[in-house]
Ligand binder design. Structure first.
Ligand SMILES: C[S@@+](CC[C@H](N)C(=O)[O-])C[C@H]1O[C@@H](n2cnc3c(N)ncnc32)[C@H](O)[C@@H]1O
Length: 217
């Protein structure tokens, strides 16, 4: 797959890195959600909020091999996945043939304005250089319906207002102070609904954070 020649170099690096480890990643994450009560709890709250006033499509942005898309579907949400890596998309289609997956970048989503009722970005923006995060959050805001909800999960730092690069196994990544990301989400127009931070499990290096936000009228 040849990348978009206008895209910054890091995009090709991230795409190629996930292409190379797609099978390993799928093996690594197999059964992971079943061991993660905090993850399931946040996804359940998100699903209930999305379903509260009718229904609508839910985009899993940076879906990887599709485990979250499938979980959202099991919660009754009409979820579909988008990912930068064609190898990840191929795996997702193979594992969940009943669901819809497409290649694409969160920096330029091929979705109409207000086209989705819900949006999940689960450790998928971690490789994005922080200076491009405001445009991505604007893109999330654009594609979400009014009264829609978005759920973001990411590696956290407790250094106040910090965003810090770290040596993620796949490629360079960033961890965010939840307050700093919450401020950017508010700047993009979102209302921050819930913040949760959990301490690292054995084998994890960092705190894990979840932000649940809404696009209010
Ligand atoms: C750490 S994995 C997480 C995958 C999935 N959300 C999960 O939790 O299993 C990061 C994923 O985000 C995707 N990704 C990274 N940058 C992206 C971008 N700009 N647009 C869309 N997907 C992206 C990668 O290809 C990879 O599949």
């Amino acid at each position: 797959m040849v990348g978009n020649t206008n895209a910054p170099a890091d995009v090709d690096i991230t795409r190629n890195a996930y292409n190379d480890i797609a099978d390993v990643y799928a093996e690594f994450t197999k059964g992971h959600l079943a061991k993660q009560p905090h993850d399931r709890a946040m996804l359940a709250v998100f699903a209930e909020l999305v379903q509260a006033n009718g229904s609508g499509a839910v985009a899993d942005i940076g879906c990887g091999e599709g485990r979250l898309t499938a979980h959202l579907h099991s919660l009754g949400l009409p979820a579909f996945g988008i990912d930068l890596s064609p190898a990840m998309i191929a795996l997702a289609r193979q594992q969940y043939p009943e669901l819809s997956f497409a290649e694409g970048s969160m920096e330029q989503l091929a979705l109409g304005d207000a086209g989705v009722r819900g949006l999940v970005a689960w450790y998928s923006f971690i490789h994005l250089p922080p200076e491009r995060m405001p445009q991505v959050l604007a893109e999330f805001y654009r594609v979400l319906e009014v009264e829609g909800h978005a759920l973001l999960a990411f590696f956290a730092t407790d250094a106040p207002d910090a965003v810090e690069a770290f040596d993620h196994k796949v490629t360079r990544a960033y961890r965010w102070s939840p307050e700093r990301l919450a401020a950017l989400l508010r700047d993009a127009g979102f209302t921050v609904h819930t913040r949760m931070v959990r301490e690292p499990d054995p084998g994890e290096r960092f705190q894990q954070a979840y932000l649940l936000v809404s696009k209010l009228r």
